[in-house]
Unconditional design. Structure first.
Length: 96
């Protein structure tokens, strides 16, 4: 198409949008740190098979130390830290 923007302008705009998306994602994921949330355990983590992964009710990915016996179970985890689009947690111990 005629009169297109220069490639440098397009790349700069993409970079600005990506930075904004990352800032928004980080602030939303920061809100989970320190909270207990319920997840459905899906299976081993894609990046580290020694860890397990699950999803919150709002579809956030949570990575935690667990085993194959947890697959398919609902469990509570305490969120300890976050990445840009991943939460990390520890299984919550229920006090009786």
């Amino acid at each position: 198409m005629p009169d297109q923007l220069p490639e440098e302008v397009i790349e700069e705009r993409h970079a600005r949008v990506l930075e904004l998306v990352n800032q928004i994602g980080k602030s939303r994921y920061d809100a989970f740190v320190g909270r207990r949330t319920q997840i459905l355990v899906e299976g081993p983590s894609k990046k580290n098979a020694a860890r397990m992964t699950g999803r919150t009710r709002c579809n956030k990915i949570v990575v935690f130390d667990g085993s194959e016996r947890h697959r398919g179970q609902l469990m509570d985890v305490n969120i300890t830290r976050n990445g840009l689009f991943t939460l990390y947690g520890d299984p919550a111990i229920v006090d009786l």
